[in-house]
Design a binder for this molecule. Structure first.
Ligand code: FAD
Length: 819
């Protein structure tokens, strides 16, 4: 190839500008002409929504390069406002038209690179040419939207399409205080995710005041004075001041078709792995081309900036005589939706099903960094893999923080052809503010590898939704977690009680076990499997179940949002402002800590007064609605900012959920054991039940009485046997030992340390909470007598009672536990 070769590039943004710059670096003497029909080259189209929102304040920052800088730095001849209208392959000429003067000109080329991108799809609907309906692709599209917002000051808008651009625009418009209705034809937004992974995005949109209408489309538009009239497929009619059409893009292939270049099966320009089209002198890159999917090998259209840039570089390499190969596209993407981040790489489950690929999937919900370091929040990760050899096929993540890092590691793993066993071994950076010693990526590896190695069988939401007669759903979470919501038809045996109560389980049935996120379910399955039970663990636990069944709570009727600009959304119903008399910061407390806090505090205020509570526990939105529902308090508002939920709860202002009878709110617990772990479990359950509005009686008998002994010796009259007995038994909550692994007290010290780290209150604190919550502590007078314990030795606030009293409580309630 001669040094004087002439390279013409059509399209001056991601792929085109990248090709031009690379070509110059390889060939200092070549003549390089960059044709762009728009006013700008090399602008940051990915940044457009963020300038509309104001997050990128300076418009000039979007212009990564200008014609002048490209000439000054790279001697690239940039022709803006110039459209390529025809390619004459036989004469190797491009006909270009100056859009300002209308003048046409023929440009010869030795090599031609096409990077014309993809155009927004505009459906042929009646009234679609309304000036208030906009697409967003270029700087001038962005300018028009900003001008409309400035001039017309729309108070409401409609976004059509829940893909990247639709979601980013929803956030941008809400940031500006504009009401947003988002309609999406599919039952989920963000088609590159599987439906359950999109569920948190639906919740996030609603929490941020976006009126999301799934499985809804627009049938027509009508011209109104100051609005666009919009008719929806549901029969509803909206009047909105602005419409963003974001239903997808299609490859710009007009030039290629005119030139007789071959197209692929998906309608993109057909290229080989050198980005060469069906013409030996014409390359094509970016959104306009059809690529091979990295995982499946099938043809795909993947309109993303990363692939466009890489392909531009590779096309330039080849045009300049190098041998450079593009190794397929894996569709790694990421998107910010208010406080939430979602990312994905490789194939999703929908694709694997469609192409009939054998796969298995696991879900995990670990924290983004060490749970004890401030700001820890949950990430939900789904990993798809080959069940035979463990090869990773795809991953998706959603969460407030740390999703980008995990998806990028997974993307690198897929690119390197790694398996889930490799994920176990990955050595990733760790310090408490950034990760965990067992990073979520390692943890995903363990979970998937445990399945392949046969350590645990797994099941999925579908199994839980339709169990057969030979299956039992077993919830191994604590009673209080169970009370906040569970899978219909399941029975609850907390993991800590499983060994003692294993006899209650039928050995001839398969147990479908679940916990909150999958870990305790796995531990339960290990116990059950070794005891000869047939069982499977619900991967990702109840959290995944709620995502999959879209069982996340509907937000309350009135949601307020506070943005940095302090813009308030209008309340949708007339409500009086809440009389907030107390604010509780429950950030850092794990479930059910925030609920216990509000349950205690609400007792101290008057009916009609309200409490504001903040929590960064990801389950909080769900928990607070269920708690209000079942306790007769009213959730006035629930909003989120920077991952922190803020709820305002009004005392006693809503009717309590109808219960079968008043007695169904009564619970009784017999505490027989004096073991530390069992005592903690019983008080956690009691506090949870009290927080849910139940009347709770705890009946302490035999060794259980020791839990309520005062720690200091008390002078009372005892005979010798009673004194010896009293001296040998533990004196109070702090003196108890673990039922297992006590190791001369080391075990109980460890457990106390762990509880402290994890913000779980100590046993004495749990007892105080129970007393404050009105839990009735009753000590069996007969057992006291037998064991020689006197009333003076017990902590204050306990009553003495007999079996009759206990039986009366047990009979009138609907839960009676023996611990
Ligand atoms: P483009 O960058 O679109 O460039 C094509 C250019 O060719 C256009 O400027 C067009 O005017 C010009 N052109 C077309 N035909 C002709 C012709 N006949 N003559 C002259 N010029 C012509 N991707 C991500 O990976 N992450 C993101 O966060 C992200 N956000 C986005 C946000 C928005 C609002 C948009 C619009 C896109 C976003 N993308 C994102 C997608 C990404 O921008 C594209 O994948 C990428 O720009 C494609 O590069 P390209 O070179 O193929 O096309």
């Amino acid at each position: 190839m001669s040094d004087k070769m002439k390279l013409v590039i059509i399209g001056g943004v991601a792929g085109g500008a990248s090709a031009a710059a690379r070509a110059r670096r390889l060939n200092e003497d070549a003549e390089i002409i960059l044709i762009e029909r728009g006013e700008f080259v090399s602008f940051a189209n990915c940044g457009l929504p963020y300038h509309i929102s104001g997050a990128i304040a300076d418009r000039e920052r979007l212009l990564v390069q200008t014609p002048d800088t490209l000439y000054a730095n790279l001697r690239i001849d940039v022709r803006i406002n110039t459209e390529a209208i025809q390619i004459n392959r036989s004469s190797k000429q491009v006909i270009v038209k100056n859009k300002l003067t209308g003048e046409e000109q023929g440009l010869s080329y030795d090599k031609l690179i096409l990077s014309p991108g993809a155009e927004p799809i505009i459906p042929t609907l009646p009234g679609v040419d309304n000036p208030r309906i906009h697409t967003l692709r270029s700087m001038s599209d962005m300018d028009k939207i900003i001008r409309l917002i400035k001039d017309n000051k729309p108070t409401n808008s409609l976004i059509i399409g829940g893909g990247y651009i639709g979601l980013e625009m929803a956030e941008a418009l809400r940031e500006l205080g504009i009401d947003v209705v988002l309609v999406e034809l599919a039952p989920q937004v963000m088609a590159s995710l599987d439906p359950e992974m999109a569920a948190p995005i639906h919740q996030q949109l609603k929490l941020n005041g976006v009126d999301l209408r799934l499985e809804t489309s627009v049938t027509s538009f009508t011209e109104q004075d100051e609005y666009v009239g919009v008719n929806l497929s549901t029969g509803e009619k909206l009047d909105v001041g602005l419409v963003i059409m974001a239903i997808g893009v299609r490859p710009e292939t007009k030039l290629a078709i005119g030139a007789g270049l071959a197209l692929g099966e998906r309608g993109g320009i057909l290229v080989d792995d050198h980005m060469l089209t069906s013409d030996p002198d014409i390359y094509a890159v970016g959104d306009a081309v059809e690529v091979k999917d990295f995982v499946s090998g099938f043809a795909a259209l993947v309109p993303l900036a990363g692939p466009a840039n890489k392909q531009g570089r590779i096309a330039a390499d080849n045009a300049m005589g190098r041998d450079s190969v593009y190794k397929k596209t894996q569709g790694t993407g990421i998107c910010k939706i208010f406080d939430l981040t979602t990312g994905m790489t490789g194939n999703n489950e929908k694709t694997l099903k469609r192409i009939n690929r054998n796969y298995e999937k696991i879900y995990i919900h670990p924290t983004c960094h060490a749970s004890y370091y401030p700001g820890a929040s949950q990430i939900s990760l789904k990993v798809l893999f080959d069940p035979d050899d463990g090869k990773i096929l795809g991953a998706q993540g959603v969460g407030l923080d740390g999703v980008d890092k995990r998806i990028d590691v997974m993307a690198a793993a897929i690119r390197a052809g790694l398996t889930v066993f490799d994920l176990e071994e990955m050595e990733l950076s760790y310090a408490p503010p950034y990760g965990s010693a067992k990073d979520p990526v390692n943890y995903a590896g363990y979970t998937a590898s445990n399945f392949i190695r046969g350590d645990v069988d797994i099941c999925h939401t579908n199994d839980m939704l339709s169990p057969s007669d030979n299956q039992i759903l077993l919830d191994v979470r604590t009673a209080e977690e169970n009370m906040l919501g569970t899978i219909p038809g399941s029975i609850n045996i907390p993991l800590q009680q499983l060994r003692d109560r294993i006899g209650e389980l039928p050995s001839d049935k398969e147990l479908l076990v679940f916990c909150q996120v999958g870990l305790r379910g796995y531990l339960a399955c290990r116990i059950l499997k070794q005891k000869g039970f047939k069982c499977r663990n619900l991967t990702g636990g109840y959290k995944t179940y709620t995502m999959a069944t879209d069982a996340l709570p509907q937000p309350p009727e009135t949601i307020t949002e506070t943005t940095d600009a302090n813009i308030s959304m209008p309340a949708s119903k007339e409500t009086e402002p809440a009389n907030i008399v107390k604010a509780i910061d429950a950030c850092g407390l794990q479930c059910p800590g925030p609920i216990l806090r509000i349950a205690n505090e609400i007792k101290l205020i008057k009916d009609g007064e309200a409490i504001e509570i903040s929590s960064n526990d990801s389950g909080f939105a769900q928990d607070i609605s269920s708690w209000c529902n079942s306790t007769g308090n009213r959730l006035i508002s629930l909003d989120t900012q920077n991952g922190i939920y803020k709820a305002v709860v009004q005392k006693g202002a809503a009717p309590a959920k109808q219960l079968d009878s008043a007695d169904s709110k009564k619970k009784s617990i017999v505490v027989f054991s004096g073991d530390l772990d069992k005592a903690i479990a019983s008080f956690i359950i009691a506090n949870g039940a009290a927080a849910m509005g139940s009347e709770v009686t705890m009946f302490f008998t035999f060794w259980g009485i020791n839990i309520l002994r005062k720690p200091e010796p008390v002078k009372v009259k005892k005979n010798i046997i009673e004194s010896i007995f009293g001296w040998m038994m533990p004196r109070g909550a702090d003196d108890l030992e673990l039922s297992n692994m006590n190791m001369l007290g080391i075990g109980s010290l460890i457990i106390k340390g762990i509880m402290k780290k994890k913000n779980v209150p100590s046993l004495p604190e749990l007892i105080k909470t129970a007393q404050r919550s009105g839990v009735h502590l009753v000590v069996c007078s007969m057992s006291m007598d037998l064991m020689g314990i006197k009333k003076e030795e017990l902590i204050d606030g306990v009553d003495l009672g007999g079996v009759a009293m206990y039986l009366d409580k047990a009979e009138s309630g609907n839960v009676n536990l023996f611990i």
